[in-house]
Design a protein around this ligand. Sequence first.
Ligand SMILES: [Zn+2]
Length: 290
Amino acid sequence: MARYPHADWDPLPEANTQPRIRPWGAVLHTAVSNAKNIKSVWLRSSIESHFYVAEDGNVLQYVDTERVAHCQLDGNYFGGGRGHISIETWDGAGRVWDGKDVRKVPRWNDHQIAAMANLLVWLRDTHGVPLVKLPEIFGRGIGWHAQYTSSKPPRFNQHHACPAPARIAQVGDVISAAVAGGQQPEPPRPPGSAVSLAAVTRAAKLDPKRPQGAVTPGAADDVRLVERALAAEGLLSSQYASDGSFGTRTVAAYARWQRRCGYSGADADGVPGSESLKKLGAKHGFRVVA
Ligand SMILES: [Zn+2]
């Protein structure tokens, strides 16, 4: 059984009963929908996707990733019990565009790109799906629905332009964001902002258990300010200094800062305390709040 831990698990009746697959690649779609959740569409239909990425980047999972979902013809289930994962995405049909002229489908927004990148990182870590463009229809990598449009099998569909030209042009960006360890949608705060001790403490306890680069919801901006300060102190490689994830490297860097402040043992465990964080903020331009 495999569920993405950062998705809302909203299973269809067939979520755990369809034939098993070994997840081989992933295929990106556009849903022609303005909905926050497309489960009702799948409940009325004989097809379904594994995932839906909403406008705000929220991810829903409808089918276990080790079971077949049906929305890409020969790409659902193929030789040796392999199958591709399907990822549907909000596109604002009826509000942002008319739902008919695919040339008007908007680009994926930053929330969606970040959410897809984090999901692809998880697919790589959990199922071994490599972060490259799908090299052939039954290959391993990240494809899109119109990549194999054909009048005869094997094909992902017969005539769709899904996920539409603007989004097909972004597939490389989505993969790059995943390779970079996921990407954060929130813009960085200006210097002088507040850092929540509770938020960074929570992130320092949770993020080391998450996939590389994944963040604690609501804490990424605060963590980023701390990471930049640690990098400015020479304690954290700049490579990790703005990902907003308080992962093992950031914990190790913070432990070095605590030792520099004179703490040792359990007081230098890399989880921020009030005094060490205030000292760091005083030097690097942030206030500490509860
Ligand atoms: Zn599609």
